[in-house]
Design a protein around this ligand. Structure first.
Ligand code: NDP
Length: 265
């Protein structure tokens, strides 16, 4: 079989760790694959670009996860439900779409075994997919967001929702930053008064942002809470995508030590 080609599509895409993660796993497992990055400007050109580059599979990052969903010929039931695709594999000329961000996140928080009640700060695309998988796994998820617009869909799906003005704090096991606040700025995801009301009774605080300590995690640490950033989520979504790329020839535990090296470099 000729070398199989993979890529990450996004805009911007230069910062992505995915090429390193997947190439380390290809090399470590002896799989004849090569993974590159491609800056895709227009989401509607995703499918033609995929075939023009003769790819076997791609990951998709901001802002094209919805365009990726639309480009697929077949969707797995979870991707279908959440309307966002971050992994596509070509099989006999057809594009199969998956969402591995949400199962990656679910696995990343599995270490907090006692956790049941969760507060999400943020209601964007990542919050949407992860809230659904957590709900399916039996967590009780409340969504708190800066503005009301994105909350409508969550309310329709049976989640408790609030904006900063309408929020009445309760006790939550996990408080999770699902916003991009703190990614390229020093903002907290919500007013500090709200965080001061929910962090003290939480078992842990989690951020989906990785590669830096956000103001949210700094505050949680100051309050003596266990914290976790988004690195494991990134690693685990990558491992699950790799399982799809290689048609499940390797197990999660076989892939992990190779891909994990990308976080040590
Ligand atoms: P979206 O653009 O879809 O949503 C952004 C959300 O953040 C909205 O709820 C928005 O609120 C809120 N928000 C943005 N800035 C602020 C702010 N200053 N204060 C309060 N709320 C704010 O983003 P995504 O869902 O795609 O991504 C969210 C985060 O998840 C990003 O930081 C991204 O890097 C991270 N991520 C991490 C992954 C990993 O593997 N670790 C994988 C995927 C994403 P509003 O509705 O009011 O605008």
């Amino acid at each position: 079989m000729p070398k199989q080609l993979f890529a990450i599509f996004g805009n911007p895409v230069s910062h992505s760790k995915s090429p390193l993660m997947h190439n380390l796993a290809f090399k470590g497992l002896g799989f004849d694959g090569c993974y590159n990055r491609y800056r895709l400007e227009e989401g509607k050109r995703l499918k033609e670009t995929f075939f023009a580059l003769k790819l076997k599979g791609i990951n998709i990052t901001v802002p094209h996860k919805e365009a990726a969903y639309k480009a697929c010929d077949l969707l797995d039931p979870f991707a279908q439900k959440v309307g966002a695709v971050n992994t596509i594999v070509e099989k006999e000329g057809r594009l199969y779409g998956y969402n591995t961000d949400a199962p990656g996140f679910l696995k990343a928080i599995s270490e907090f075994q006692e956790a049941q009640k969760v507060l999400f700060l943020g209601a964007g695309g990542t919050a949407q997919a992860t809230a659904v998988i957590l709900q399916e796994a039996g967590y009780e998820v409340t969504i708190l967001n800066r503005s009301a617009g994105r909350l409508e869909k969550f309310a329709q799906e049976g989640f408790k929702t609030a904006t900063f003005d309408t929020f009445t704090p309760e006790t939550y096991d996990l408080v999770i930053n699902m916003t991009s606040a703190g990614l390229e700025d020093e903002n907290l995801p919500c007013p500090q008064t709200i965080l001061d009301a929910v962090i003290p009774s939480a078992k842990a605080c989690i951020d989906v942002i990785y590669g830096k300590e956000t103001p949210f995690l700094k505050l949680a640490k100051q309050q003596g809470k266990p914290t976790k950033d988004g690195s494991d989520m990134l690693l685990y979504q990558g491992i699950i995508a790799f399982e799809h790329f290689t048609d499940h020839q390797f197990t999660f535990e076989e892939i992990k030590p190779h891909m994990q090296k990308a976080f040590e470099l």
